[in-house]
Design a binder for this molecule. Structure first.
Ligand code: ZN
Length: 84
């Protein structure tokens, strides 16, 4: 897969431009999608993604709740739970 590098940070209302100032990032629940952020927004995106992932993992630690998860979400749960 060829990754096309963006020219502008995808952070909200961010004015950082230039491919040399951008870093690739994939959210925990969208590993196939790459976003480009400046260092500041990269830090924010990582923190947000990590927080969401932990909330998800905590909630669905209960097998009863996992019964209602769509298949793609269940795959995510299994993928990340292997790391614990
Ligand atoms: Zn930015």
């Amino acid at each position: 897969m060829e990754i096309v590098k963006a020219e502008k940070c995808e952070g909200l209302a961010c004015k950082v431009r230039g491919a040399d100032k951008l870093f690739p990032f994939s959210a925990w629940d969208k590993p196939d999608k790459v976003n480009w952020f400046c260092s500041e927004h990269l830090r924010a995106a990582k923190a947000f993604s990590e927080k969401e992932k932990q909330a998800f993992m905590q909630y669905y630690a209960d097998p009863e709740k996992r019964k209602w998860l769509p298949h793609t979400s269940l795959m995510l749960y299994e993928k990340y739970s292997e790391k614990y």
